[in-house]
Design a binder for this molecule. Structure first.
Ligand code: FMN
Length: 349
């Protein structure tokens, strides 16, 4: 039995946010152990180039676990090829009142309505400035403050882009979190068109200033009709977006409605979002081919789940809920599985 399997029953006795804080604090301690860090490992070589960036491996941390960039080095030490911090908003905000995070162990799922609790852009940028040389790719996931009026939402993303431009390898526009009123409206029609057009324009001028074009990814919801997806895909291409992250959490709780906490308000993640999320990846890939890389996220609980995302057309994958249920061993197992697949693409030993 791996050590996380032993630890999990203890962690699951704590309320989810406390367990989360303690685990990250323990991880920070391992960084201080330097060469004696028990997580230090020899990682298989699985380099891949996406968005013009060289990823040491295609398995990343999804946004939301390290919203403030307070634990980047500890998380990178677990073997991720890329880490996405945030969602960060221009100003600090407390998020929704607690409880706002629920475990549904029978379904290997979580429901959250955190509401972008974070310490704001200045704090996150300070953390990024202090980082030393990095052996991983760093993304920053940008959002809007809850009290920013909808018609000024674009300004929040622009402030974020400008602030982290010299510090990040890529940014993600989070327009798909279900816990900020009105946010998902930015995913459609004129609102999406003008958001992306302003960001692309500003990126062009920042590229002149910094001598480097920063890739922009857009993170979408799994709850989209085929027509909405089609419209989005066209808009992403028109405004030179560099990747799509598919997907965020779902509002469809039908798979868990009979379980304890199944009807809590918020976004559902983990096993129940896998199929819906993978079909978004497949649909987008069929439509876009190689014109826009897809970063798959949603319900990856085993290495086979990750393989299914690549087979549906993803170029990179991200984990969140899988780490809560299976610990960092999921990263190692997935990397091993990918290495074997690379060596034996037809499945033969
Ligand atoms: C507690 C929690 C907080 C999250 N916070 C964010 C966030 O701040 N920004 C974001 O883009 N996604 C956030 N997510 C969504 C995840 O990044 C991911 O898209 C989603 O959980 C599906 O992947 P999973 O099934 O592997 O967890 C959060 C998810 C959870 C469970």
């Amino acid at each position: 039995m791996d050590s996380y399997a032993l630890l999990r029953p203890l962690l699951f006795r704590l309320d989810p946010e406390t367990a989360h804080r303690w685990t990250l604090a323990a991880l920070d301690l391992t960084v201080k152990l330097g060469p004696f860090n028990p997580f230090k490992k020899h990682l298989p070589k699985l380099e891949t180039e996406v968005m013009g960036l060289r990823f040491p491996n295609p398995v990343g941390l999804a946004a939301g676990l390290d919203k403030n960039g307070d634990h980047i080095e500890g998380l990178a030490g677990l073997g991720f090829g890329f880490i996405e911090v945030g969602t960060v908003t221009p100003r600090p905000q407390p998020g929704n009142s607690k409880p706002r995070l629920f475990r549904l162990p029978e379904a290997e799922a979580l429901i959250n309505r955190m509401g972008f609790n974070n310490k704001g852009l200045a704090h996150l940028a300070g953390n990024l400035e202090r980082l030393g040389k990095r052996g991983y790719i760093l993304g920053v996931n940008l959002g809007k403050n809850k009290d920013t009026p909808q018609e000024k939402a674009v300004e929040d993303y622009l402030v974020g882009l400008e602030k982290v431009y010299p510090l990040a390898d890529y940014v993600t526009l989070n327009i798909s979190s279900p816990n900020t009123p009105g946010l998902r409206d930015l995913q459609h029609g004129k609102a999406l068109d003008s958001l992306l057009s302003r960001l692309d324009e500003t990126r062009e001028s920042l590229a002149q200033t910094h001598g480097r074009r920063l890739p922009i990814a857009v993170k979408i919801a799994p709850d989209l009709s085929p027509a909405q997806l089609e419209e989005q895909a066209q808009t992403f291409l028109r405004h030179h977006m560099d990747a799509v992250i598919a997907t965020n959490t779902t509002l469809d709780h039908s798979a868990v409605q009979n379980l304890p906490h199944g009807l809590e308000t918020g976004g559902l993640s983990g096993r129940p979002v896998f199929d819906q999320s993978t079909s978004v990846v497949r649909r987008l890939h069929n439509r876009l081919g190689n014109r826009l890389p897809i970063i798959a996220c949603g319900g990856i609980l085993t290495p086979e789940d990750a393989i299914a995302k690549f087979e549906a057309g993803a170029r990179l994958v991200q984990l969140y809920t899988g780490l809560i249920y299976h610990g960092s061993g999921l990263i190692d197992l997935t990397l091993d599985r990918l290495k074997k697949r690379q060596m034996h693409p037809t499945g033969e030993p």
